[in-house]
Unconditional design. Structure first.
Ligand SMILES: [Zn+2]
Ligand SMILES: [Zn+2]
Length: 96
């Protein structure tokens, strides 16, 4: 089993997303409502600027990888799923 990469929200971009842009449009959303876009390293600034100039951007979080095996999400710096201990692609067999 492999961990699935989430694709960047930028139009036409198929790179793996690394950041979550959390935003909210006060005209249509209640303050506690959180909308999210995901962005790769390349599109993080352009997508966040697009939201920021409208005053929509709340914060940018690191994208947590989601295990394709069990669906658990975990910190990006961790290289395996803590729930089922499935290694991420490329790290297989490299752990002691
Ligand atoms: Zn992108
Ligand atoms: Zn898992």
């Amino acid at each position: 089993m492999e961990l699935e990469d989430v694709m960047c929200s930028a139009k036409g971009c198929r790179a793996a997303a690394r950041h979550v842009l959390v935003w909210n449009n006060p005209k249509v959303h209640t303050p506690e409502r959180e909308k999210t876009w995901v962005a790769c390293d390349e599109h993080r600034s352009s997508l966040s600027e697009h939201l920021d100039v409208r005053g929509f951007l709340k914060r940018i979080d690191p994208l947590r990888p989601v295990c394709a095996g069990c669906g658990a999400s975990f910190p990006a710096e961790q290289d395996f799923c803590p729930v089922c201990a499935e290694s991420r692609p490329g790290s297989c067999g490299s752990r002691d």
